[in-house]
Design a protein. Structure first.
Lengths: 382, 121
């Protein structure tokens, strides 16, 4: 009934010893030994984050500084625009934006955050993609930019309605930040890079901290009675309820940003008739899909019963047809929704919110209602 | 009354020719918060090692296999209605189903409590 993962040489984050000391159940994830849950368990960790504040170690993610050799941040922004469909020049100092690296076919190589720190850009990329992303940046931008990964920094996310009050005890003016603001901030006397963002649908912060001070900062945050440590299990159920994509599952090289329902992340300046239209890998396909629509689309799905419908489940138009029309890319139980939730891809003609599709599960067809995402309202402080 | 165990972390309570079957406390501790249980239909004839029930935690779905062959006599609707019972009382209130044992010799391959404790140590 239970499988055990083979042990391999895994990397660790600067908070590894703390996770073990706090009772973290460690599992391999993206080459790292990471806590999937702590003693509270996934369900309680999830709900605690929605009601109070949760601390997540996301140090496995890649942090990369991008500086223009000219010294002008505009040149770094324009260089990065050659690799992403987003308006990077328009990211004001002290702000960050969600972006995707695309390939020549319009598929997604990775999704990332791009922050403007005034003198340079700071990129936060997925752990499993970070080596490829760095090579991609070097291959295409080395002529104009200095690409500097920051392996010496940990990344701690503090998420939930009490994140602001907790962090304000260690960094008094943090409440002046709005959603997607970034900047250097002193937190408990430590020089950090803070963004007001996250991956839970809740208000919260991500704090980049020098590795040698990461444990002290995490301990200071965890000393607050409102904060619990949260593992990867709840991180996944929180982001799924928030309708946020998990790279390698909901989006990958076979899906374009338009198919992934990420059009909102592509600004007018990069679209047809925009000031800097195109000029990124796969622009032909992506811009055409922005104009005329994509043949398939990522949608939210709510199974009608209590059974979770998980990644990989094939989708059908009705209870009997043999023709598969799509598949579930993420799915599980949503603790705040108190019901199963999922995401998947469907032909656009069958993707209208409110209509029914069927998943095949253990030889039976289960109805799922196409639903708007997020499944729970997000609570960002805009 | 004897309690036996499988290497797949199920328990069987044997009373005459009826076996009551559930998952062990060790299994629930590994599964985490259980959110869904699917039980076999009463009257179904199960062969040993056949998928008989499903238990899903927040993290993953796991099959529960018939540890022995037999006919399903009764299922525990309470655990289907309240899957969290698996976490709170795996060895008691959270029993899954009762089987009419078709071949008592199949019990010979199962572990007693001491052997199971060693298995999970």
């Amino acid at each position: 009934m239970l499988a055990r993962e083979a042990e391999t040489a895994l990397r660790t984050t600067p908070l590894h010893a703390l996770h073990r000391a706090r009772g973290g159940k460690m599992v391999p994830f993206a080459g790292y030994d990471m806590p999937v849950q702590f003693s509270a368990g996934v369900l309680k960790e999830h709900l605690h984050t929605r009601h109070s504040a949760g601390l997540f170690d996301v140090s496995h993610m890649g942090q990369v500084e991008l500086r223009a050799k000219s010294g002008r941040i505009e040149d770094a922004a324009l260089a990065l625009e050659r690799l992403v469909p987003q308006d990077i020049l328009g990211v004001a100092p002290g702000r960050q934006r969600y972006a995707q690296f695309t390939n020549a076919a319009g598929g997604i190589l990775d999704d990332l955050m791009v922050a403007n720190f005034g003198t340079h850009l700071l990129l936060v990329v997925n752990a499993a993609c970070k080596a490829d992303d760095e090579a991609h940046l070097r291959a295409h931008l080395s002529g104009d930019c200095i690409i500097e990964p920051l392996p010496g920094r940990a990344l701690i996310a503090l998420q939930g309605p009490k994140a602001e009050s907790v962090l304000a005890r260690l960094s008094p003016h943090i409440g002046t930040m709005r959603f997607m603001d970034v900047g250097p901030r002193r937190v408990d006397g430590i020089d950090c890079f803070v963004s007001r963002s996250g991956y839970t649908g809740e208000d919260g912060f991500e704090i980049s901290v020098p590795a040698e001070q990461a444990e002290a900062l995490a301990k200071a945050l965890l000393a607050d009675g409102d904060v619990l440590p949260i593992g990867l299990g709840a991180r996944d159920s929180l982001r799924l309820e928030a309708g946020l994509c998990l790279y390698g599952h909901d989006i990958d090289t076979s899906t374009t940003p338009v198919e992934g329902a990420l059009e909102w992340s592509i600004q007018k300046s990069r679209r047809h008739a925009g000031a800097r239209a195109g000029g990124f890998p796969g622009a032909d396909r992506i811009l055409q899909q922005l104009d005329t629509g994509a043949p398939r689309r990522r949608v939210g799905l709510k199974p009608e019963g209590r059974a979770p419908v998980r990644e990989g489940a094939p989708l059908f138009a009705d209870a009997t047809s043999s023709e598969q029309i799509g598949k579930v890319t993420s799915g599980g139980f949503g603790p705040s929704v108190n019901a199963p939730v999922a995401m998947g891809y469907l032909p656009v003609s069958l993707a209208a919110v409110g209509s029914l599709v069927f998943a095949e599960l253990r030889g039976a067809r289960l109805p799922l209602r196409i639903a708007a995402t997020p499944f729970v309202p997000n609570t960002y402080k805009r | 009354m004897t309690t036996l165990y499988t290497s797949d972390h199920e328990w069987l309570r044997i009373e005459g020719d009826v076996a009551t079957i559930g998952v062990t406390d060790y299994a629930q501790s590994q599964l985490g918060d259980v959110v869904f249980v699917e039980l076999p239909k009463v009257g179904r004839s199960l062969k040993k090692a056949e998928a008989a029930a499903v238990v899903e935690s927040v993290k993953a779905a796991s099959d529960v296999y018939a540890p022995i062959s037999g006919e399903v006599l009764e299922v525990n609707d309470a655990v289907a209605a309240e899957p969290a019972l698996v976490n709170s009382d795996a060895g008691g209130k959270a029993w899954f189903f009762k089987l009419k044992i078709s071949d008592k010799s199949e019990l010979g391959g199962l572990m007693d409590e001491a052997a199971y404790a060693k298995h999970t140590a």
